[in-house]
Design a binder for this molecule. Structure first.
Ligand SMILES: Cc1cc2nc3c(=O)[nH]c(=O)nc-3n(C[C@H](O)[C@H](O)[C@H](O)COP(=O)(O)OP(=O)(O)OC[C@H]3O[C@@H](n4cnc5c(N)ncnc54)[C@H](O)[C@@H]3O)c2cc1C
Length: 437
């Protein structure tokens, strides 16, 4: 098959996750008028984890989802689990002091721990959760020095014991690629089958008697009496409080328009190869961890059942583009030349939600509406954790969420210009990466 034909035939292919996921039980559309303590909008990790933690507190949640649970980023992501924010901990300490950096470090680790807790509580064996560690592989000496300084800072200032520095030979043994000058191993990271995790949560909530309505978009969110009324095409939910858990898909309807302008959506894309032959499989990422590069337009990779799964920046704008997938393929072959002739089986993409301060935000929009979003491309663990904090806010508590406090969230100035601005900045970063800077 020619390359062009191969790209075209992949156009309609589902993601690797959808092709290999367990079934989700069939869910009703919401009809009629329902009552709940908390109405949750969006059935990704944020919404489902919030539902779980609310129910554990004795509150009655109802979840409504515009599509099917996991339709958003929670069913499309890379399944890489890391205890970090886009904003590095030393930068947090420099700007906000060491106590804040320590609190953020605790939150990041609480997030990776909660994934394991939820997988166990919901008995989701086929989430295939591993804590096998992550290698950050440096493409030049400057970025290696930076990564090493960060690891040393974490050890000396926060007592971190999970990071170790690798030389070029060790990174070659770890990755099977000669393209890196060294790296840092973070033993606390891991990987998961993201959609099995999501569907395991959804099925488990249904088993616990929690209502999840699919194909039920929130069209309006109105204050009514001492509560809130959520309007959907064929019914309503009246609740004391609502949780908005729509993250990078907050522009699906006008009901969540307020949140849209706090986020800069950025398309992230993934390709997955056919299963490799045993010899080839043994030569690529033999330590079976997850891996990232230090380039500005960061790419990441992992092995899943003897397939290479490789991700990075996707197309600009609303749709996938063959060119973005081709660029990913080229980058993969640049790192692993032995994969040049291996066919791709899957390619897909989704939107990540960046924020102006590079951290997510959680808390109250007003006395009746709560939200958590803005995971900056690292939300598998963090969104799972935000469900716990959202439940705490709904109970009237004020958890210490450090820099994630909703009060710190800013709206994007000149919002209509965000797309050309993202394109311009990304183009500059790509140029710097291309010349090895
Ligand atoms: C391609 C890709 C790769 C990624 N890789 C990683 C990774 O490896 N590791 C990592 O940690 N993070 C990764 N992420 C980020 C991570 O997936 C997200 O941060 C996380 O899934 C966010 O979860 P969520 O529940 O907040 O949002 P989502 O999972 O996006 O859920 C939001 C839901 O809200 C629904 N919705 C929207 N509007 C309405 C409405 N009006 N009414 C009802 N429902 C509505 C949507 O249909 C959607 O299902 C990746 C993201 C993408 C797109």
């Amino acid at each position: 098959m020619s390359n062009a034909a191969a790209w075209q035939s992949l156009e309609a292919a589902p993601s690797l996750w959808r092709a290999t996921a367990n079934d989700l039980r069939s869910l009703p559309v919401l009809h009629g008028d329902k009552q709940a303590d908390v109405a949750i909008i969006g059935a990704g990790y944020t919404g489902l984890s919030a539902a779980h933690h609310l129910a554990k507190s004795g509150l009655n949640p109802i979840v409504i989802e515009a599509n099917q649970p996991g339709w958003g980023a929670s069913g499309r992501n890379g399944g890489v689990i890391t205890a970090k924010f886009r904003l590095p901990f030393p930068a947090i300490a420099a700007a906000h002091g060491k106590a804040m950096a320590r609190r953020m470090y605790e939150i990041a680790h609480e997030a990776t721990d909660i994934v394991a807790e939820l997988v166990e509580a919901f008995d989701i064996a086929d989430a295939a959760l591993t804590r096998s560690g992550q290698v950050k592989a440096a493409h030049n000496q400057e970025t290696l020095n930076y990564a090493v300084r960060e690891a040393e800072w974490l050890r000396s200032e926060l007592g971190d014991t999970t990071m170790s520095v690798l030389d070029a030979d060790q990174v070659r043994e770890e990755t099977g690629s000669a393209g890196f000058v060294g790296g840092v191993l973070n033993a606390g990271s891991g990987g998961i089958h993201p959609l099995n995790y999501l569907r395991g949560l959804a099925n488990g909530l249904l088993d616990r008697g929690i209502y999840i309505y699919a194909d039920t978009p929130a069209l309006g969110l109105r204050r009514e009496g001492d509560g809130i009324l959520v309007e959907t095409p064929q019914g309503t939910v009246r609740a004391r409080q609502a949780i908005v858990a729509t993250n990078s898909y907050s522009d699906l309807t006008a009901a969540t328009a307020y949140y849209r302008t706090t986020l800069i959506p950025f398309r992230s894309a993934i390709i997955a190869t056919d299963p490799l032959s045993p010899n080839l499989a043994a030569s690529v990422m033999p330590t079976r961890r997850t891996y990232t590069e230090t380039k500005r337009m960061m790419r990441w990779f992992r092995m899943v059942d003897d397939r290479v799964v490789f991700g990075g920046r996707g197309a600009f704008g609303k749709k996938d583009s063959p060119a973005a997938f081709r660029a990913l393929h080229k980058a993969m072959v640049g790192i692993f030349p032995q994969l040049a002739d291996v066919p791709l089986a899957y390619r897909w993409s989704g939107l990540v939600a960046m924020t102006l301060d590079s951290v997510p935000h959680v808390g109250r929009a007003d006395d009746r509406v709560l939200f958590a979003m803005g995971y900056n491309g690292a939300g598998v663990a963090m969104a799972s954790l935000m469900g716990r904090y959202l439940a705490a806010y709904a109970r009237g508590e004020t958890p210490d969420v450090g820099l994630l406090d909703a009060a710190r969230m800013r709206h994007v100035p000149f919002y209509p210009l965000r797309e050309p601005a993202v394109r311009m900045v990304a183009g500059w970063y790509q140029f710097l990466d291309a010349i090895g800077r």
